[in-house]
Write a new protein. Structure first.
Ligand SMILES: [Fe+2]
Ligand SMILES: [Fe+2]
Length: 474
């Protein structure tokens, strides 16, 4: 039996909700089974210095202590309710926000929640072997933190399914534990979540690019007229910020270390850089190109009637919807999308309602560009003449108007043959992967030590020193 308030910290009055208790009682052992099978490999007995959310108060979601990950207190937290909140966009604009699922939108809303929920365990599965090759105890602790929080995000979505969708919600909650990242028969729903995360450069790129897609999706759902979804997503965003921090600083530290070694040894040629045991900037650029392009696909088709329906029904808003200065109905507005016409990429104005995927993708690209600019400053301040660039948004796309076209990073429309000739200048090759993995063959876990290919962070976790024992292996 579960002692609800102790074992599952929550602010949804779980102790008094019998129906929800019964659903979770059934699901929780299956979740633990999934964690033992698919969570970080051979980590179950480690004591990890983790942050646990125990309430939504400012001091309550950041309690640090040693925890064995299977004993992590996966909680259910919603941002406190605002009694006056309304539906803020679409045809129901001005109505009180919904506290129960509107019957007519039930299946759509369930699909939205399942699609979001599916990404959470997927990323844990993708990252489960990386603990064996961590560059430091600090980084090992960080990946475990990300993993338990993705587990909690799954709980957040399962709470919504159990509480608001009855029997089919319970079935969907079980299916979330049955799909597997990369599985041929029962894969995760979205493409990027079936790609392997084979090494730590890929992990940092993933948390920078793909967790940030998570942020933008959560921001759009945090505007939802279905209030429990909006409040759940608001709280999840507090955790997402840490995941993106891990990604941005992780890549930044790799770049910093490479630049230090290049300067000390006065080398620039990638093979000379590799001979010194760090990752050449060209390879970092290729990883960037890959993770950026597969993540752009997650936003869906440029023109989408589903996206229009989600918005018009009040289920999924735009990024910072309530801060935008327009009618929040988008009856007349236009928005430019790009398409390939012959050998050119041209803009075409379409009804803004149908272009909401593209708009969210563009908001995301703005934020990505800022982050890449911060990485560039690391290179610039080392005085190294190398520019990191974001490829054209049509590069290497599998969904939307660019799918089936061969676009170079500079935005030229090429033939398949011409594109393939350059493929491994633009995308990581098997040799690149083999080289990166050759640097990461074992754990670096001596206190305060960092692998040669990455610089230490500026500071430790929760003001602890860098040589703090972030993980006890027992
Ligand atoms: Fe998440
Ligand atoms: Fe995340």
């Amino acid at each position: 039996m579960i002692n609800y308030t102790e074992k599952i910290p929550n602010n949804v009055d779980l102790g008094r909700d019998r129906v929800l208790q019964r659903a979770l009682e059934h699901w929780q052992p299956a979740y633990m089974g999934w964690w033992y099978d698919m969570g970080p490999n051979e980590s179950h007995n480690f004591d990890v210095y983790l942050r646990t959310a125990v309430s939504v108060e400012p001091d309550g979601w950041a309690q640090f202590d040693y925890v064995k990950m299977p004993e992590y207190r996966w909680g259910i937290f919603l941002q406190p309710r605002d009694e006056k909140r309304q539906v803020n966009f679409g045809i129901h604009k001005g109505d009180p926000a919904w506290q129960e699922v509107p019957g007519e939108y039930r299946s759509t809303l369930r699909r939205v929640i399942v699609t979001q929920g599916d990404t959470e365990p997927a990323s844990v599965e993708q990252q489960r072997m990386l603990g064996f090759s961590c560059p430091s105890m600090y980084d090992l602790r960080n990946i475990f933190q990300v993993n338990v929080e993705e587990g909690r995000h799954l709980w957040a979505m399962v709470y919504l399914l159990h509480r608001y969708f009855g029997r089919d919600g319970r079935e969907e909650a079980e299916a979330l534990l049955a799909r597997r990242s990369g599985d041929a028969d029962n894969p995760r729903i979205l493409g990027a979540f079936n790609e392997p995360t084979p090494d730590w450069l890929a992990f940092y790129m993933f948390t920078f690019f793909t967790d940030r897609d998570g942020k933008f999706q959560l921001c759009a759902l945090a505007e939802s007229g279905f209030d429990p979804l909006a409040r759940t997503c608001r709280f999840m965003l507090t955790e997402e910020a840490h995941h993106m921090f891990v990604g941005e600083t992780g890549v930044g530290r790799i770049i910093q270390r490479t630049c230090e070694v290049m300067k000390e040894n006065k080398v620039e040629d990638p093979s000379d850089v590799r001979a010194l045991g760090v990752i050449d900037l060209q390879t970092i650029q290729r990883y960037l190109n890959f993770h950026y392009s597969v993540t752009l696909d997650l936003y869906g088709s440029d023109v989408s009637s589903n996206a229009a329906n989600y918005y018009t029904s009040g289920l999924k808003g735009r990024f910072r919807e309530t801060k935008l200065d327009d009618d929040h109905v988008l009856g007349e507005a236009l928005y430019p999308v790009f398409e390939v016409l012959g050998d050119k990429i041209v803009a075409r104005n379409v009804p803004a309602l149908t272009a909401l995927n593209e708009r969210l993708r563009d908001d995301y690209i703005d934020e990505i560009a800022d982050g890449v600019g911060r990485w560039q400053r690391v290179i610039d301040s080392a005085g190294i003449p190398f520019r990191l660039t974001l490829p054209h948004k049509g590069f290497h796309r599998a969904i939307g108007n660019f799918a089936g076209h061969f676009i170079s990073p500079a935005g030229e429309v090429l033939s398949e043959g011409a594109w393939k000739k350059h493929e491994f200048e633009w995308m990581p090759s098997p040799k690149d992967h083999a080289y990166v993995q050759s640097l990461m063959t074992g754990r670096v876990v001596e206190l305060g030590k960092f692998a040669n290919w990455i610089a230490p962070p500026v500071r430790g976790i929760n003001n602890k020193p860098l040589d703090f024992e972030y993980v006890r292996f027992n």
